[in-house]
Design a protein. Structure first.
Length: 420
């Protein structure tokens, strides 16, 4: 049966002009964020806030989070909640460690995606076929993956030079690209510390100096997923399974098939995120090296309102705070306090204009606390510095929660024939 896109368009779905306005808003927010960083850098003298090195680390920290978020997007747009992203990333790291060591980095990436798909297949089997609660299944996948990875690491790497029961020997990374001329020019321009201009130069230098080809692959995955899910009849059918599987079934959609495709794709992408951690970020496999990025990726997807552009913004936010605390430490994180205060002040104004007086008062009170903290201290304690990405995750999700709309049938049990 041929299905017209209009038949499966969920009620209230955005039209093309609205999609264009949303993309415009994303670019506006990115420019506003860069201007805010530049202003704080000039006022505080904390040049590491957006130096080329910090930006490059932010890109590397954002990619695995973005891949985890994209993996969650595929699964949840088809109606399957995927708490098991962390476990699938763990399986990706061990797959990348084994195949990357013996057969090279790109074979390692393929192996990681296959391992991630194995975890996803278990999750799809439990949730789609047997109707197991999605949260319970996802948690079980995480536990199984953690134990499996530890067992395989001990089995595969203990007898190898440079390896051990908890880690692999050093791994070769995928090719990195530096664009001669542009990279050096942008580094020189960044060193002048000009308002906005040097900050843009830092960003350009970060993506033209030692940029991993796997980062380019991640960008292709995100853009390709956006086009496939929102610009094709396949994507429309898949998303209909997450909005109203009963209605989709009446129109001839094989809901089980689309849910399986979505969850397996989710596992492959999450596995690629694990490969990035092992091959690019670390250059080695180690037990537990995902560090909860699967959960942060899930938070980034929710912050992004289950849309590709939004999850990229969320991933960049969390990746940037992680890179900032690792590279620059307490002084740069201290400058981040006033940035948070300004953002919260803006949020409070928007909430007040929408009539959300209690939420506005809460945001304003938190903004005042951060401002007082900034003006009464010179640095942030080391313990809080390490907590920065996780505090940012909780804070952003708390403030964004009132505008979120998950797919209508996300996490609901579906049985073939319900339409009858």
């Amino acid at each position: 049966m041929t299905i017209a896109p209009e038949e499966l368009r969920p009620a209230g779905a955005p039209s093309a002009p609205l999609d264009q306005r949303r993309r415009l808003r994303i670019w506006i927010w990115l420019l506003v964020g860069l201007a805010l960083l530049s202003g704080v850098r000039v006022l505080t003298g904390a040049h590491e806030v957006d130096s080329a090195g910090t930006m490059r680390e932010a890109v590397n920290a954002s990619v695995p989070i973005a891949l985890a978020a994209l993996a969650g997007l595929w699964s949840e747009r088809a109606g399957v909640v995927n708490i098991g992203l962390e476990g699938m990333m763990i399986l990706g790291t061990i797959g990348a460690g084994y195949f990357g060591y013996w057969y090279g980095p790109w074979t390692g990436i393929v192996g990681a995606m296959i391992f991630g798909m194995i975890g996803a297949a278990l999750h799809a089997l439990a949730t789609v076929v047997f109707g197991v609660d999605h949260i319970v299944s996802g948690v079980a996948i995480n536990i199984i993956a953690l134990g499996t990875a530890a067992f395989l690491a001990d089995t595969w790497f203990s007898g190898l030079q440079g390896g051990g029961p908890t880690q692999s020997p050093p791994l070769d990374a995928p090719l990195s690209i530096t664009i001669p001329g542009i990279s050096e020019a942008m580094m020189d321009l960044q060193a002048k510390h000009w308002f906005i201009v040097s900050d843009l130069a830092s960003l350009v230098a970060a993506v033209t100096t030692e940029l991993s080809t796997m980062t380019i692959l991640a960008i292709v995955m995100i853009v390709g997923s956006a086009l496939l899910l929102w610009r094709t009849s396949f994507g429309l059918r898949l998303r209909s399974c997450g909005e109203s599987p009963v209605a989709a079934e009446t129109l001839g959609v094989n809901v089980y098939r689309y849910k399986f495709i979505a969850v397996l794709t989710s596992g492959a992408i999450a596995g690629a995120g694990g490969a990035f951690i092992a091959l690019v970020s670390s250059g080695i496999y180690q037990n537990g090296q995902t560090g909860g990025r699967g959960y942060i990726g899930l938070a980034a997807m929710i912050f992004g309102n289950w849309r590709p552009g939004g999850l990229v913004l969320g991933s960049v936010l969390f990746g940037y705070t992680d890179a900032l605390q690792l590279r620059a430490g307490g002084e740069a994180v201290h400058a981040l306090l006033i940035i948070v205060a300004i953002i919260l002040l803006g949020v409070a104004v928007l909430q007040f204009r929408r009539g959300q007086k209690i939420a506005a008062a809460t945001s304003l009170a938190i903004a005042i606390v951060f401002a007082i903290w900034f003006f009464t201290t010179d640095a942030v304690p080391a313990d809080f510095t390490r907590m920065t990405p996780y505090v940012t995750t909780l804070l952003v999700l708390g403030l964004a929660s009132q505008r979120l709309r998950m797919p209508a049938a996300d996490g609901l049990r579906y049985r073939r024939g319900q339409a009858g």
